[in-house]
Ligand binder design. Structure first.
Ligand code: 3HC
Ligand code: NAI
Length: 698
């Protein structure tokens, strides 16, 4: 038998222990071992029941995702499940840690299920662009009904043991060693002469309005197809005999396996885990972190303080005036009361976080013992240098001095201190206690253990941290500036901001660029345009109509008007009728005859601009790996996860065709559309961005 399954005999019970660390994924060897183990138990004289348990931290985390996309090897998982369920012996699954996807499907094929109170179960296949492929869409509805099944399968939501018990997914919840409680349960079942209980033999679930469920799920998925497909699979459970339902599920599963969305989602899964794994940090110990100083208690400072408090750090926040310090305290308390209302923290924790753990002050001396300071004052180099000078004077040796600047040069900030090796950029995204992304900006002189501490902080704050180098806007904002410019150009040439926003939402973005501008505040872009005006390249096309929107005092959502008009009490906005008038006037002034854009062309140009700029960043070493850029866009900019990120999207489209499009666009605007040298090189070599990820992993 495969060494992944350990067979032991405990009285009249055979124990199959799955040993495939770290999470007992159902690799080929595990599947083979389970089938062989069942056969051995059935041939073992006197055995009356089989207990399946997992070694280590989980029962089973699901199918082995690394095998996806390769030729499947027998025995296939549905057949393993069938072999378990069809056994004449009573089969019990004893579940601890997670039982996910195929792991839950194995458990559903057992005749009885017992779980630890801390166990979690779920069917996360939709997060991989798939549906369950080993019977969960057919067995779960028979066990718990259609509504609960659709909820679990279409959302991928994981449930704790108590809810699983209440739903009827598990039969018993008992604390103890999983093998011991499983054996006791199996012995009881034998003593009671409990029947074999095959879920597949239970009656088919009642029908619902399948088309309505399908349409609703499709809409909610914003272009993701697998959750909606799951509705059709559950429909098959209701309408077809079990075996035919299994075939229908298998076909849908295999069809989804061939989709770009499956590739994109799995790329996202592995990249999320690889992004914090930097070769340069191997063996580098982070510095100790207990207390954090924050300078500036505005939008960002208060958000970062909230995140730090929620993660258990002590926080000292410095403002310029007492009233500002108290206002910051109020903002933090407001953020934390949101967490309290959502049940994320208890009243006791809330009280401690807003009193003992948080100190607000106007005195920099309060920072003398903190381990790390994050500066979040106005975006102005002189103000930042002044702050870093003060920090240099009061902070203890070894304290890390970080800036949350969006665009400014961290090398220049570092040079204003006597300890540039301790200076780093920690670029959070607004709202900082909610957004998952953290750019760890490594300056020329930043010490490796300071970088490691930036990543350790990100982990403690439950963020996805991405390494970036120093440049105007680092990874995310620099790419944003470019694709936003591509959108601006399309507006000048004939597209409307509203058509562009809609095309990109249809592509899968959470919001279009003009709605995002309204949300962030149009004054930010206005200030940036003014800041850059003096050094602007003469060939650069910059529209002036957005300045006119701002000149009218309209900065987007916060003033009630921008590209859209926001009526109090309504969600979202309606197009601002003044904007097309301003655009028409600018086109007329520039002598542009507007042309039509299809949604496909809008998306293509927007994405091409994004990928081209990203390839420039990679070529310059600002981003080390394509997957780093993918994670920045996914976690900071609302990029649709099912495309995996812009670099994965580009690979899926094919780099030669994308480069050809960029070269075509360059005929009209050679300055903006200059192809990235790295993109040209990859095309010439017949390689992809994913090849670069693989090179980096070697
Ligand atoms: N296949 C292969 N590798 C897996 C895996 C899986 N199903 N699940 C986790 N791993 C790997 C991770 O890549 C990671 O590898 P690394 O150490 O080399 O980076 C390692 O196991 C540990 O994983 P995490 O770092 O994520 O550890 P956590 O403790 O944070 O989380 C987990 C554990 C909750 C199991 C999480 O890894 C997870 O959610 N895994 C995916 C579960 C899943 O999606 N299962 C469904 C698979 S599809 C399926 O079953 C199809 C079926 O219906 C036919
Ligand atoms: P803000 O204007 O809301 O807050 C700045 C705060 O800093 C104010 O409360 C001000 O009183 C305080 N301050 C100014 N000088 C100070 C000093 N010398 N000592 C102590 N406090 C001082 O600004 P916001 O939006 O919070 O931005 C702060 C920084 O974060 C900027 O560098 C910005 O570029 C960056 N950032 C902003 C993001 C956003 O979405 N707002 C996102 C990511 C970064």
């Amino acid at each position: 038998m495969s060494d992944k399954i350990k067979y032991t005999r405990k009285g009249d019970i055979a124990v199959l222990r799955i040993q495939n660390p770290p999470v007992n994924a159902l690799s080929h060897a595990v599947r083979e071992g389970l089938v062989a183990g069942m056969a051995q138990a059935e041939a073992d004289a006197g055995v009356k029941a089989v207990l399946i348990v997992g070694e280590g931290r989980a029962f089973i985390a699901g199918a082995d995702i690394t095998e996806f996309g390769k030729t499947p090897l027998e025995p296939y998982l549905p057949d393993v499940c069938k072999c378990i369920e069809a056994s004449p012996l009573i089969v019990v699954a004893s579940m601890h840690g997670v039982s996910l996807g195929g792991g839950l499907e194995i458990a559903l094929s057992a005749h009885y299920r017992i779980a630890q109170p801390s166990a979690r179960v779920g069917l996360p296949e939709v997060h991989l662009g798939l549906i369950p492929g080993a019977g969960a869409t057919q067995r779960l509805p028979r066990l718990v009904g259609v509504d609960a099944s659709l909820d679990l399968i279409t959302t991928g939501r994981q449930v704790k043991a108590d809810e699983a018990l209440q739903l009827g997914i598990v039969d018993k919840v008992v604390e103890g060693d999983p093998e011991e409680v499983g054996l006791a349960y199996a012995e009881r079942l034998i003593a009671d002469a409990a029947p074999r209980r095959a879920v597949s033999e239970m009656p088919a679930p009642a029908a619902i309005d399948w088309d309505a469920a399908y349409d609703g799920t499709l809409r909610k998925g914003r272009g993701q197809i697998s959750p909606a497909q799951a509705v059709r699979a559950v429909q098959a459970a209701s309408e077809l005999p079990f075996d035919q339902g299994m075939l229908a599920e298998r076909k849908m599963f295999m069809d989804l396996m061939e989709t770009d969305q499956r590739q994109g989602m799995i790329h996202a899964f592995f990249s999320e885990r690889a992004v914090g794994n930097l070769p340069e940090l191997k063996g580098v110990e982070p510095r100790a972190l207990q207390s954090i100083g924050i300078i500036g208690g505005g939008t960002m400072g208060a958000g970062i303080a909230t995140a730090a408090l929620l993660a258990g750090f002590n926080v000292v926040l410095i403002e310029m005036k007492l009233e500002a310090a108290e206002a910051a305290r109020g903002r933090i308390a407001g953020n934390l009361s949101g967490a309290l209302k959502r049940g994320k923290i208890t009243q006791m924790k809330y009280d401690a976080m807003t009193t003992i753990a948080l100190e607000v002050s106007i005195n920099y001396d309060s920072l003398s013992s903190v381990d790390l300071v994050i500066e979040a004052v106005f975006e102005d180099m002189d103000v930042k240098k002044d702050v870093f000078g003060k920090l240099d004077a009061v902070c203890k040796p070894g304290a890390i001095l970080a800036s949350n600047t969006s665009y400014l040069d961290i090398d220049e900030i570092a040079a204003s201190t006597s300890r540039p090796a301790d200076v780093i950029g920690l670029h959070f995204f607004s709202p900082a206690h909610i957004m998952k992304l953290l750019e760890v900006v490594v300056a020329d002189k930043t010490a490796p253990d300071v970088v490691a501490t930036g990543f350790a902080l990100g982990k403690a704050l439950n963020k996805i941290s991405v390494r970036a180098g120093v440049c105007d806007g680092f990874i995310g904002n620099r790419i944003l500036a470019t694709y936003r410019t591509a959108a601006d150009h399309m507006v000048l040439d004939g597209a409307s901001p509203y058509q562009i926003d809609k095309a990109l939402v249809d592509f899968g973005f959470a919001m279009g660029p003009f709605a995002v501008g309204d949300l962030a505040g149009l004054d930010i872009g206005w200030a940036t345009r003014k800041r850059k005006a003096a050094t602007r390249h003469p060939a650069e096309r910059v529209p002036t109509y957005p300045d006119k929107i701002c000149e009218g005092g309209n900065f987007g959502q916060k003033t009630g008007k921008g590209f859209y008009v926001y009526e109090a009490g309504t969600r979202g906005g309606i197009p601002n009728p003044e904007v097309p008038v301003l655009i028409d006037a600018e086109r007329a002034e520039l002598g542009i005859t507007p042309r039509d854009f299809t949604d496909a062309e809008i998306t293509r140009r927007y994405m091409a601009a994004m990928v081209n700029e990203a390839a420039k960043l990679l070529g310059e070493g600002i981003a080390k790996r394509p997957l780093d850029i993918d994670m920045v866009l996914l976690f900071g900019y609302g990029f649709p996860r099912y495309w995996g990120g812009p670099m994965k999207w580009a690979d899926l489209q094919g780099l030669p065709a994308l480069l050809a499009d960029i070269e075509t666009y360059a005929k009209d605007d050679a300055w903006f559309w200059e192809p990235a040298p790295l993109l040209k090189q990859l095309v010439a070599e017949g390689r992809s961005f994913d090849d670069l990820n693989k090179d980096a992993a070697k």
